[in-house]
Design a protein around this ligand. Structure first.
Ligand code: GLU
Length: 274
């Protein structure tokens, strides 16, 4: 049975791009007689708002979608800690004290691997990518649109798996990988902008002995300048459309047919993916 999910973070309202993503996940599950899940990704420290989670449910219902709701991330902190302890015991995590300001560029240089922070310092924990890949050996995964992929988690460098701030214990990569396994997701659907993240998740699944789903990275909605839609910049929130009296079923139908509002276009899917 196909199990998909929509996993929004409640740190700002949903916009058309989210609506499209939720509809893709919903329709892929239902066309296969499967289940469509909603999971609120609410461990983003102080930025998560419970009122937005309720707004999301109202938005999805307005679009005509039905779902099963899974426990939010904040209820799963113990599982994240167990997984992090497992990876530490395997010798695959190392502490890092670098601040954002010290980290120029997106791929981490590994400076704290060479110079461990003194005891008592607040640290994040990074995956020792070379050691992790040596342990797992070559891995592959399947994207329904892009085909078979050889996993290249190294493109992201030594990613953070446990964050420095105590109230946000797991990074996105660790939490989402564990959650999808716990929820029994068999087809991970997300925007093509997150294609690189799936390489990392495939490695984590192998290290932690988790089931391996399939993936479906869908095209993105772009504005007239070719930029991804963003809540503040170029796409009205779904809540504003809904409260403004727009018909959500008509909107959902238009998104399914690729009839996008003026100035918005669909990217060529995986064209921009690595
Ligand atoms: N919470 C993430 C987001 O809102 C979920 C991405 C994913 O599907 O993994 O973008």
């Amino acid at each position: 049975m196909v199990v998909t999910r929509f996993a929004p973070s409640p740190n700002g309202p949903l916009h058309l791009g989210h609506a499209y993503s939720a509809i893709v996940a919903h329709d892929l599950a239902l066309s296969g007689g499967g289940r469509f899940l909603l999971r609120i990704e609410d461990i983003d420290g102080g930025r998560s708002r419970e009122d937005l989670a309720q707004q999301f449910r109202d938005d999805l219902a307005w679009l005509g979608l039905a779902w099963e709701e899974m426990p939010p991330q904040s209820s799963r902190v113990d599982e994240y800690e167990v997984a992090a302890a497992t990876l530490k015991a395997m010798g695959l995590l190392y502490p890092c004290q670098c601040t954002r300001a010290q980290l120029a560029g997106s791929v981490y240089s590994g400076r704290c691997k060479a110079n461990p922070p003194p005891p008592g310092t607040a640290v994040a924990w990074r995956l020792d990518m070379a050691a992790a890949m040596a342990r797992s050996g070559p891995l592959s995964w399947v994207d329904e649109l892009a085909g078979i992929q050889l996993a290249r988690p190294d493109l992201g460098g030594d990613v953070v798996l446990v964050r420095k701030d105590a109230d946000t214990p797991a990074s996105y990569h660790l939490a989402v990988t564990l959650d999808d396994a716990a929820d029994g997701v068999t087809l991970v659907t997300r925007g093509a902008d997150l294609f690189a993240a799936s390489h990392i998740h495939r490695l984590l699944q192998d290290l932690l002995g988790l089931p391996v789903p399939r993936w479906h990275h869908h095209a993105l909605l772009l504005d007239a300048e070719g930029r991804k839609l963003a809540k503040r910049r170029n796409s009205p929130a779904l809540v504003d459309r809904r409260l403004g009296g727009e018909d959500g079923l008509v909107l959902a139908d238009q998104l399914r047919r690729g009839q996008l509002p003026g100035g918005i276009m669909l990217s060529a899917g995986l064209r921009d993916a690595p």
